[in-house]
Ligand binder design. Sequence first.
Ligand SMILES: C[S@@+](CC[C@H](N)C(=O)[O-])C[C@H]1O[C@@H](n2cnc3c(N)ncnc32)[C@H](O)[C@@H]1O
Length: 360
Amino acid sequence: MAQGRSQSLETEPPGGVEDGTSIALFSTVDNKVTVPGGAAVRSSSLPSLGEKQSLVSLASEHASAGRSSEALRIYQALLETDPNDCSVLMGLGELCLMLNDSATASKFLHRVLKLDPTHQRASEALAAIRTNGENQKEKLLKIPQAIASSTTQPRVIRPIPLWDRDASFRKILRQIPYTLVDPVRCYMLYQFALQASRIEGDTVEVGVYRGGTARLLAMVLQPSGRRVHLFDTFEGMPSTDPAKDEHRQGDFSDTSLEAVKKNLEGLENVLFHPGFFPDTAPPIATMNFSLVHVDVDIYSSVLNCCEFFYGRMVQGGMMVFDDYGFETCPGAKQGVDEFFRETRERPCYLPSGQCVVVKI
Ligand SMILES: C[S@@+](CC[C@H](N)C(=O)[O-])C[C@H]1O[C@@H](n2cnc3c(N)ncnc32)[C@H](O)[C@@H]1O
């Protein structure tokens, strides 16, 4: 039996002991999860009500502390013992909301309401999703999506939640609740920024919105004295092409330059370039870049970024495209694929949904 930390899962994999947070939740022969106090769930036997309640509250604690993968593993285990448990479905719905995955959250919440039409928390959460829905892009995290569609999914959950264990990252993440970018993508970006701090060149973000990932970048790069240039209209999406893009002009207009400056208070290494990119690009035309974060969602903006930055990237510099793998941003993928068709560099798609190009 692995020695779990207090308040964390201990699991017993088939044929050996491993780190309890990085292995399959159950073995197929002896499926078992234990929690502090000795409560155990086996897939072949139903947990008692008390055991179930302690597992649900443990999962909820994990979720509140940002340990989403650990919460997910417990919920998934419980769902396998009872696919119609409202407290588990509700917990999953709330977890998906924390991960900015409102589409999957809605599925869980609708299941709760089907089982219990008077469930107030589920109705309120659904109403909130509908209200927020207009301006939120649905950037789905694949893991909860997978278990939402079925309760008989493979039992190994990947990836290993390293981001949950990285205290420096979590400290930053707690400061940017207003970002549209989920924790997994933020962690990728965090690592690219750490890499950028070791090579020459400025960092740029095009697509700032309220300044979430901008703050992340600036915090990581400040100690190495690297500048972070921020480009956005700060008034919402410019005109889009309905044949290529899902977004429309004016999306993300619930922000402002003043509000973003406030969100980035205390960081001396940021420079603001408000307006339509690339009209706003001339002040950085003679610079070279180690990291460019492109989070603009639409075809023309992505292509403009590729055209402007590619020739200005230092060797080993990284261009990170946030929206590449998302159905709501088809133009973003199209722009990247078209631009890099003829270059030596190949866009590398990441399971997070992002795509990275490393300059050779
Ligand atoms: C998805 S949001 C960025 C999210 C942000 N990175 C975060 O952490 O939440 C996309 C932003 O791209 C901006 N944008 C798209 N095309 C642009 C362009 N050509 N010039 C300036 N801003 C643009 C929009 O105004 C919008 O604020």
